[in-house]
Each structure stands twice: as structure tokens, then as C-alpha cells.
Design a protein. Structure first.
Length: 98
């Protein structure tokens, strides 16, 4: 009935996964979400970071950090391409530890 860590790596379909988890999100049954995210709007294999950030922020999640950073690109240097982003449900964490 609760999820401690939801890991999403669905090649650009992370927003659809979040839509399917609406009840769990609204009922605050997910403590943390680790999602693969992209940093280029034209990259359809990775959901753009700000789209996931905006949606999770509205549900009470706060951005915590980036992991497994990938700078690989077939093009000249473009900076960070994709990685995993951790979001923490601020309401759950606050209630459990304070």
C-alpha cells in the first residue's frame, strides 16, 4: 500500500507513469521517486527535466540530487545529456522524521 522508492526509466514515458500513479501521489503513498531525465527538449528518449520537476513539485516532491550523469553525445560537446534525478516527498519525510 506504500512505495518507498519508485524508479522510472521508461525511455520518455515517465509522465505517463506518473499519470498512472495519480492516486498514490495524491494520497502521499510514495516517499521518493528516482527518474531518468533529459536536458535537451529535442531528446524524445528522455523526459525533459523541467517537465518532471514541475509535475512532482505540485505534488509535494522536492528535488534532491542528480545521479549517474551521462555526458555522451554523438554531437560536439553539449553538456549533460541525461541522468537520474531523485525527488523526495517533503510531506512524508517531514512527518516521519520530525
Amino acid at each position: 500500500d506504500r512505495i518507498d522508492l519508485l524508479k522510472m526509466d521508461t525511455e520518455g514515458y515517465e509522465l505517463q507513469v506518473l499519470a498512472g500513479a495519480t492516486n498514490f501521489l495524491e494520497e502521499r503513498k510514495i516517499a521518493m521517486i528516482l527518474s531518468e531525465v533529459g536536458f535537451r527538449p529535442s531528446d524524445f528518449r528522455h523526459t525533459f527535466f523541467t517537465k518532471i520537476y514541475d509535475q512532482l513539485y505540485q505534488k509535494g516532491f522536492r528535488f534532491n540530487g542528480l545521479y549517474d550523469l551521462s555526458y555522451w553525445s554523438p554531437y560536439p560537446y553539449e553538456g549533460l545529456i541525461y541522468c537520474n534525478a531523485l525527488f523526495v516527498n517533503a510531506n512524508l519525510i517531514k512527518n516521519r522524521f520530525y
